[in-house]
Design a binder for this molecule. Structure first.
Ligand code: PLP
Length: 381
């Protein structure tokens, strides 16, 4: 049966083998480290929870279904997923990456991957000619974030996929910002999708998680080997929290978007706000690509105010909106990218990207929109 995304979110995967005989509606938490063997040389299919755990497997199957993948791997955090992914590369390999990636991913590439002999070229991937120029004979993968964090730049996934295929390299897309509800990169030609499950998938600002999803059996086999060997799998309890969060993904994404549209419109009208970056705004420079590859615009809005003191005033005055460094949960959060998500990005690079003292980023939550706007209004003064 071809189920729609809302149904997959609520009802989970179609293969709930471990609980068929109990009728349990909520998927059980298999809080066990090991599984007993029926006899010598025999296995129930479950041996040790680092390798297989039924609750984690259900979370993996649901996320794979949502992303239209063959399977998924659930990690303890998004960064654990990125680290595992980089094990697909070997010393001497080259990676092309979006210039304004999440700062933690940039830090991993600059300080860990480069130490391990992998070279990384950062470029503005919204211009396909930049990617073409960065490609080398030893390029093994292209890593995109679209929309980017925090500048909301858009890259044409299908066009980059064609380029990746021409050059026999992998295309990896971090789909954290839009979630599979609004964008499915595998169906646009990506080979691997990455998520910080901490964000919209979990959705409640209460747990950390990461996912890798692929639709290619050979890549899956390599990733499963890396997964079981490096050992950063998601715990059974956190897998269950992810399953529970995902049940309301569709509803939440609709409301995040509805609120973000209104917040973006409000910000645009405020005299102290100089620029608003939201992919749902008609004046976004990549409207054509957005309409082609996204089913919606999500809940992330960045904006630039007139000066540093206004930015600091907002962060000090917000009452309902939390000044905190995450996104994608039910609560509205506001972040100072310069001091938080991008603190480790070299200053010159950060400024060139537009991440300076006047830039703020909001993860618009699902509270009543008027309450969010009232809070922004009093904070802007
Ligand atoms: C776009 C994006 N990718 C990856 C990550 C890393 O995920 P985690 O914090 O779950 O390790 C983040 C975290 O903020 C993110 O925003």
């Amino acid at each position: 049966m071809n189920r729609r995304i809302e149904t997959v979110c609520v009802r989970g995967s179609q293969t709930r083998k471990p609980v068929e005989n109990t009728g349990s509606i909520s998927f059980p938490i298999y809080q066990t480290a090991a599984f007993a063997h029926p006899g010598i040389g025999q296995s129930t299919g479950y041996d040790y929870s680092r390798l297989q755990n039924p609750t984690r497997e259900e979370a993996e199957r649901v996320v794979a279904d949502l992303e239209k993948g063959l399977d998924a791997l659930a990690f303890a955090t998004g960064m654990a997923a990125v680290s595992a992914l980089m094990e697909l590369l070997v010393p001497g390999d080259h990676l092309v990456a979006t210039a304004d990636l999440y700062g933690g991913t940039t830090r991993l590439f600059r300080h860990i991957s480069m130490k391990n002999g992998i070279t990384v070229s950062f470029t503005d991937t919204s211009q396909i000619s930049n990617i073409r120029a960065a490609l080398r004979a030893d390029t093994k993968a292209i890593f995109l974030e679209t929309p980017t964090n925090p500048m909301m730049n858009i890259t044409d996934i299908a066009a980059v996929s064609a380029l990746a295929k021409e050059n026999s390299c992998l295309l990896i897309v971090d789909n954290t910002f839009l979630s599979p509800y609004f964008q499915t990169p595998l169906s646009l030609g990506a080979d691997i999708v990455l998520h910080s499950g901490t964000k919209y998938l979990g959705g409640h600002n209460d747990t950390l998680a990461g996912f890798l999803i692929t639709d290619k059996a050979d890549i899956l086999e390599k990733l499963r080997f890396i997964f079981k060997t490096t050992g950063a799998g998601l715990s059974p309890m956190d897998s269950w929290l992810l399953l529970r969060g995902i049940k309301t993904l569709a509803l939440r994404m609709e409301r995040h978007q509805e609120n973000a549209m209104k917040v973006a419109a409000y910000l645009k009208s405020h005299p102290k706000v100089k620029e608003v970056y939201y992919i749902g705004l008609e004046n976004h420079p990549n409207q054509e690509i957005i309409n082609k590859q996204c089913k919606g615009y999500g809940g992330m809005v960045s904006f630039r105010v007139d000066n540093e003191s206004t930015a600091r005033q907002i962060l000090e005055r917000v009452k309902l909106i939390y000044f905190a460094e995450s996104l994608g949960g039910t609560e509205s959060l506001i972040t100072y990218p310069m001091l938080q998500t991008h603190a480790d990005v070299p200053e010159e690079t950060r400024r060139a990207l537009g991440v300076d003292e006047t830039l703020l980023r909001m993860s618009v939550g699902i509270e009543h929109c008027e309450d969010i706007i009232d809070d922004l209004n009093q904070a802007l003064g």
